[in-house]
Design a protein around this ligand. Structure first.
Ligand code: SF4
Length: 88
C-alpha cells in the first residue's frame, strides 16, 4: 500500500516536471528552446543550464544578460554573453 503511494507520488512528480518544462518551452522564443531543453534533460554542460537560467531571468534578451548588474547573483561571474559574444 505504502509502496503504491510512493510510486504514485513519483509518477505525479515526473508528470508535473514534464508539464512545467512544456509550459516553459511554450513561453520562450524558439531560439532559446534548444539550450533550455538540453539543460532541463541533464544533457550538455552546466554552462547550458546557466545560459538557460540567465536568459529566462532577463526575459530572453541576450543584451540584458550582458548588461546584468546583479553582482550579488551567484551566477553573475558565470553568466554568458559577458563580452557581447553570441556563442558564449
Ligand atoms: S547573473 Fe544576472 S541574468 Fe544571470 S541569473 Fe543572475 S541576475 Fe539573472
Amino acid at each position: 500500500m505504502r509502496k503504491q503511494k510512493v510510486e504514485r507520488k513519483g509518477e505525479k512528480s515526473v508528470r508535473n516536471r514534464t508539464e512545467q518544462i512544456q509550459q516553459r518551452i511554450e513561453q520562450m522564443p524558439e531560439s532559446q528552446r534548444k539550450t533550455y531543453l538540453k539543460a532541463s534533460q541533464g544533457k550538455g554542460s552546466p554552462r547550458n543550464a546557466i545560459k538557460a537560467f540567465c536568459s529566462e531571468c532577463v526575459g530572453y534578451s541576450r543584451e540584458e544578460v550582458t548588461l546584468c548588474t546583479d553582482v550579488g547573483c551567484p551566477l553573475y561571474l558565470f553568466r554568458p554573453f559577458k563580452n557581447g559574444s553570441q556563442n558564449q
